[in-house]
Design a protein. Structure first.
Length: 101
C-alpha cells in the first residue's frame, strides 16, 4: 500500500503529550508504523564524551505512531490523504481542499 505520510511532510500531532504541535517528518518506519517528527516527542539522551562530541544530556526526537499524525494542507489545517490518478500517475491529495500534495 502506498504511504500516506512521507519524509519531508508537514504534520500536526493529534493525540498524546505533544497534541497540537507541528513539525516536519524526518524519518518514517513503515514496518513499525511510526515516524520521527522534528521537535516532537522529545526525550533526553545521555551521551558519552568522545573526540568529536562533548557529550552530556542531548534532546532527541523519538518515534511517534502514524495514527497520531495528520498532514497539514495549504490552509494549515489537519487533513486526511487520498489517492487519485493525474496524467497516468498516482498522486496524493488533501481531502479538505482537493489539492495535490
Amino acid at each position: 500500500m502506498a504511504a500516506k505520510l512521507r519524509k519531508g511532510d508537514k504534520v500536526i500531532v493529534l493525540a498524546g503529550k505533544d497534541k497540537g504541535q507541528e513539525g516536519e517528518i524526518a524519518q518514517v518506519m513503515p514496518a513499525k508504523g511510526k515516524a520521527v517528527v522534528e521537535g516532537v516527542n522529545m526525550a533526553i539522551r545521555h551521551t558519552r564524551q568522545s573526540q568529536t562530541d562533548q557529550g552530556g544530556r542531548k534532546p532527541k526526537a523519538m518515534p511517534i505512531d502514524l495514527s497520531n499524525l495528520a498532514l497539514l494542507d495549504a490552509n494549515g489545517k489537519a487533513t486526511r490523504v487520498g489517492f487519485r490518478e493525474e496524467d497516468g500517475k498516482k498522486v496524493r491529495f488533501a481531502k479538505t481542499t482537493g489539492d495535490a500534495i
